[in-house]
Design a protein around this ligand. Structure first.
Ligand code: G6Q
Length: 545
């Protein structure tokens, strides 16, 4: 199907000229013109409240967002995704992470087969296993209960589980030590196991393909480490389970396929933390809390699917990202959670957003003539305030920010929480309204110092608030960003669900490995820089020996 190129759409052109006029407006004026703006430009869904009033938008912008969505076919694509159509065109796959959190009675078909019963069968199997580990009923080879669980995986098979474990640590079984190994750098594995006893350690090898170099290398090292003490190969079955779609490779590794937790090709790696890839999360927080998280995901799915666009959180957030990226030249978005439990959330989002929308070719194979995915980054507040916020306030770049905060702390300690939250509100206020030279002068500042102490303001941000960090809220937050990414991808006309860009480096690395390891000097046929680097590395390795 040939689509109208984005820049030829009437709504895109209208947004372009509208952006030019909004570019001359200051948030101070927009707020002065409409005293109720801060109350009006908000939206609420499930347990999340979004204040989007501090953005460089007005009623006309929102109208045009709707018009662009209509022209770009956001609603039709959304229906196609939820309906199991193969919208991941380059891999000819359905995109159905929403089925992972659908209730038991739902019917969602892929190629004429209802996938929901399979989803729940795996969830039930995970729950039974997680319960055995948590209760101590699952013992290691020598009969000792499991005290340590290590997830081995990378990318989508790591970032979600790490983030979710950190985010929901408050709900976790504290007697269990949970660790995550992803990097092929041996230090990652060595540090993860250095104080652990193999007799009490369970490895979850999480790999959709079960062929990923980093994961398989770490899994084999783990096997050697475990058998170093356990001695017998049969011990592998008690200390290793797998999360994968590849039963053949799992069996080859020595893992009993009865202890393999499956998922399907319609779940993308970065969309799989609520599939069996979440087994470590379930062991940490228990099946009931895991299901609460899934219910949160599902609530946001339903909101995204049914709420009118003007009150639709993922739609609004997605369009705001398109707005700044494509019309204001913004290159990044800062995600700033004011909750220490969300410390890995920005890292998780980096994969979700940038692996999904970091594309330069449209679905019909043309090179885009507009910017696509911005760079997502961030750190928990308030720490970031004492490091990079300076640039957001007074640097030369426009950096839209997402602030995320909670009304209640899970660890109420004196007035810590009010101090923390006062900073969210203060930062968003300072970014939007700044401080004029007149205000600075009125404080008695010397003339020469005034430019340095002036804040231009007009720096946009969203504030997302929820009652407190719960499994449901985590599910809602993740689904909010998943669907926001989807909206952006539809507007930019790209395939948000493939990741060809990850491939080339993998292929080249496999070619270089023997060149680093061979005993005889290899004949190198790379470019002169790569050849010289390989020779230098080989020489340095010889020195060490
Ligand atoms: C995610 C990507 C990628 C993937 C990893 C791990 O969407 O596909 O990050 O998750 O490469 O792959 P395996 O799970 O197959 O080991």
């Amino acid at each position: 199907m040939t689509r109208t190129p984005l820049k030829e759409m009437a709504a895109w052109k209208a947004l372009e000229s509208h952006a030019a006029s909004m570019g001359t407006r200051h948030l101070r004026e927009l707020f002065a013109e409409d005293p109720k703006r801060g109350e009006r430009m908000t939206a609420e869904a499930c347990g999340l409240f979004l204040d989007y009033s501090k953005h460089r938008i007005d009623a006309e912008t929102l109208r045009l967002f709707g018009a662009l969505a209509a022209e770009a076919g956001v609603v039709e694509r959304r229906e196609a995704m939820f309906g199991g159509e193969k919208i991941n065109l380059t891999e000819n796959r359905a995109v159905l992470h929403t089925a992972l959190r659908a209730p038991r009675e739902a019917v969602i078909e892929v190629d004429g087969k209802n996938v929901v019963p399979d989803v729940h069968e795996v969830l039930d199997k995970m729950a039974a296993f997680a319960e055995r580990v948590r209760s101590g009923a699952w013992t290691g080879y020598t009969g000792k209960p499991i005290r340590n669980v290590i997830n081995i995986g990378i990318g989508g098979s790591d970032l979600g589980p790490v983030m979710a474990y950190e985010a929901l640590r408050h709900y976790s079984q504290r007697e269990l030590t949970m660790r995550f190994v992803s990097n092929v750098d041996g230090s990652d594995f060595a540090e993860a196991v250095h104080d652990l006893d193999p007799e009490e350690t369970l490895f979850i090898v999480s790999s959709k393909t079960f062929t990923t170099l980093e994961t398989m290398t770490n899994a084999h090292t783990a096997r050697v480490w475990a058998l170093g003490k356990l001695k017998h190969a049969e011990a592998v079955a008690k200390h290793f389970v797998a999360v994968s779609t590849n039963a053949k490779e799992v069996a080859k590794f020595g893992i009993d396929t009865a202890n393999m937790f499956g998922f399907w090709d319609w779940v993308g790696g970065r969309y799989s933390m609520d599939a069996a890839i979440g087994l470590s999360t379930m062991i940490a927080i228990g099946a009931e809390n895991f299901r609460r998280m899934l219910a949160g995901f599902h609530a946001m799915d339903e909101h995204f699917r049914t709420a009118p666009l003007e009150r639709n959180l993922p739609f609004l957030m997605g369009m705001l990202t398109v707005w700044y990226t494509s019309f204001f030249g913004a290159e990044t978005v800062a995600v700033l959670p004011y909750d220490n439990y969300l410390k890995r959330f920005p890292a998780y989002l980096q994969q979700l957003t940038m692996e999904s929308n970091g594309k330069h070719v449209t679905l019909d194979g043309r090179r885009v003539d507009y910017q696509t995915c911005p760079i997502f980054w961030g750190e928990p507040g308030t720490n970031g305030q004492h490091s990079f916020y300076q640039l957001i306030h007074q640097g030369t770049r426009l950096i839209p920010c997402d602030f995320i905060g909670f009304a209640h702390s899970l660890n109420p300690l004196g007035n810590h929480h009010d101090l923390l939250m006062s900073n969210i509100f203060a930062q968003a206020e300072a970014l939007a309204f700044g401080k004029t030279p007149e205000q600075v002068k009125a404080e008695g500042t010397a003339d020469w110092l005034v430019p340095h102490r002036t804040f231009e303001g007009n720096r946009p941000s969203s504030v997302i608030l929820a009652e407190k960090m719960t499994p449901e809220i985590l599910g809602q937050l993740v689904a909010l960003y998943e669907h926001s990414v989807f909206v952006q991808g539809v507007v930019w006309q790209i395939d948000s669900f493939d990741q060809w860009g990850v491939e080339l480096g993998k292929v080249l690395a496999v070619r270089i490995i023997p060149e680093l390891e061979s005993a005889v000097e290899p004949e190198l046929k790379h470019d002169s820089s790569t050849n010289a680097l390989i020779r230098r590395y080989r020489a340095m390795r010889r020195n060490e020996a």
